[in-house]
Design a protein around this ligand. Structure first.
Ligand code: AMP
Length: 538
């Protein structure tokens, strides 16, 4: 391969990371419309926008979503966050030094081992003394193990003991490397996999319980989960969500959140959306806990007929068996007990009232007893909305009540309910149903020739743009034929033709590209002409 080809290959390597993608025009205009509609609709329901950081302490998610969930267990993008420190450089030196190399150049290596470990230990000791780094068990261990193993290593290298094989050297150096790696220089942070936990964190952090309750907030933005990418499932995806925190848990709140959601979907043009609702009661023996025990014993009886995932969940989280999409399990799941038969009186009444209130608001729903959220703090109302055109990933929105979450995160007891819309899927569904069209192209392409015409063209572009029309002003002079071809390619509706004649006559030529009709107009009439045309066509 020649140098030039190699370089080209090298350059070609840059592609969006697996599961992430670029959103490009004209599609981004649809994204904007979908987000703009959310701003408009949610504002009419009294919600204010919250903008949250993309990075949060990993503990926030571990605590709120749960350590055993896939999201926290294996899907988070996380890293250690700390300001620049020399310890990191020294740590990296140790981690990246290959032990085989150490052995080959023993004398040098012993210097190097000594220097590298000493530098690291001195810097770490000082930072711990100054309180810049926490004295965690891992740090204490590194401070003890690194000098001890280093001395063993140096002694062995000094005697040149031939029994020292590469393998033993590797093991000893590996112990030092691991101890060094374990030292925490800062907090573990994660790219947020969802935003409910962040909203609750912000509610507590900013003492929002002192504001008039409930506090109604909405957000839009990217979320990150290391899932297996497929249609409608990405590693960076976007959500539009809302949360109501504080105040009462009256069923009207649940019904209104859902009403807002359906109003939004309607406004944005989503067709064939189906709303499913359920109540999962609350975490008490006479309610959900009783049901879960019942479910578990029913599952034990049919265990042999279930797949390995469901079998495991019987012990870890039996409710999640109900989420199973496995064809072979469907008939068995259909025979399992329903939560509705196990709700306590208050939860039953709450659910009945949510349904009644949805009916009063004219919101159509279907009940789905299998709609559960396998986390303790979720309670009572859960809902999901599916849309056509999405294949197996057909949920465009999930939501529910989570009265215990704020308290779990260290805040006061606080009622809460919210939802998250998958924006990527909403867009896909709109596109599939033909509702994803957005206006493309320019209103006016300005074809100009000659110095004097160029000055008039600049003026025209300025006037058109400030009147709200999109205008394309080519930077270089081109023959009118070429300019009109360009106007067509860009999908312009009109071409404004400005040559010497037009300028000296003070009459500009405007051509309607779809019909080929053209007419002459005095400069001041241009905007008015376009406005009238727009009104006629709309
Ligand atoms: P969740 O936060 O898991 O309740 O998800 C809420 C909504 O976000 C889902 O109904 C999906 O529409 C969307 N969603 C979740 N995960 C992904 C993903 N990996 N890619 C695209 N959309 C997703």
């Amino acid at each position: 391969m020649s140098d030039a080809t190699a370089k080209k290959e090298e350059r070609r390597k840059f592609q969006a990371i697996r599961g992430t993608r670029d959103l490009l025009p004209p599609e981004t205009a649809l994204w904007n419309r979908v987000e703009q509609t959310a701003h408009e609709v949610f504002t009419t329901f009294g919600y204010g926008e919250i903008r949250l950081p993309v990075l949060e302490n990993i503990e926030l998610f571990a605590r709120s979503i749960g350590g055993e969930t896939d999201i926290v267990g294996k899907e988070m993008f996380s890293f250690e966050e700390f300001g620049w420190t020399a310890i990191d450089t020294f740590r990296r030196e140790i981690i990246t030094t290959n032990p085989i190399e150490l052995r080959k150049i023993q004398t040098l290596a012993s210097d190097s081992v000594k220097v590298k470990t000493e530098r690291f230990l001195t810097a770490l000791n000082e930072a711990v003394d100054r309180g810049e780094i926490k004295r965690t068990p891992e740090t204490v261990q590194a401070l003890a193990i690194v000098p001890q193993k280093r001395d063993e290593l140096l002694a062995a290298l000094a005697t040149g003991d031939i029994k020292w094989s590469d393998k033993e050297l590797t093991i000893l150096w590996g112990v030092i490397q691991q101890a060094v790696k374990n030292v925490r220089l800062g907090d573990q942070v994660a790219l947020r996999p969802e935003a409910t936990a962040s909203v609750c964190r912000a509610y507590i952090e900013h003492n929002m319980q002192q504001l008039p309750q409930p506090v109604k907030l909405y957000y839009t933005g990217p979320m990150f989960r290391r899932e297996r990418p497929q249609k409608g499932r990405y590693r960076q995806f976007y959500q539009i969500g809302a949360e109501i925190l504080g105040g009462t848990d009256a069923p009207a709140i649940d019904a209104e959140v859902i009403e807002m959601l359906m109003t939004y979907f309607d406004r944005v043009g989503l067709q064939g959306a189906t709303l499913y609702i359920n109540s999962i009661g609350h975490n008490a023996d006479n309610c959900r806990r009783g049901y879960v025990a019942n479910l578990k014993s029913a599952l034990e009886k049919v265990k042999d007929k279930l797949g390995p995932d469901s079998q495991r969940r019987i012990d870890t989280n039996p409710l999640r068996v109900l989420d199973s999409k496995l064809e072979s399990e469907q008939a068995i799941i259909a025979t399992l007990p329903h939560i509705a038969d196990h709700l306590c009186d208050e939860c039953k009444t709450h659910y009945a009232e949510v349904k009644r209130q949805l009916e009063v608001r004219g919101v159509l729903y279907q009940e789905n007893w299998r709609l559960v959220r396998g986390l303790d703090y979720y309670m009572r109302t859960t809902f999901e909305i599916t849309a056509p055109g999405l294949g197996s990933q057909n949920a465009v929105c999930g939501g529910g009540r989570y009265d215990g979450l704020v308290e779990l995160l260290g805040g006061p007891p606080t009622k809460g309910i919210g939802f998250a819309i998958g924006e990527d899927r909403l867009i896909l569904s709109l596109q599939e149903s033909g509702k994803g069209q957005v206006q493309q192209g320019r209103d006016v392409y300005i074809a100009w020739m000659g110095e004097r015409a160029y000055a008039a063209a600049i003026r025209a572009a300025k006037d058109l743009r400030s009147a709200g029309f999109s205008a394309e002003l080519p930077p270089l002079e081109q023959k009118f034929g070429k300019a009109l071809g360009q106007a067509d390619k860009l999908g312009a509706k009109y071409a404004l033709i400005l040559g010497d004649n037009e300028v000296s006559e003070g009459l500009w030529t405007i051509k309607t590209l779809s019909t080929g009709e053209q007419q002459k107009l005095p400069e001041p009439d241009l905007i008015e002409f376009l406005r009238t045309q727009k009104n006629v066509s709309s």
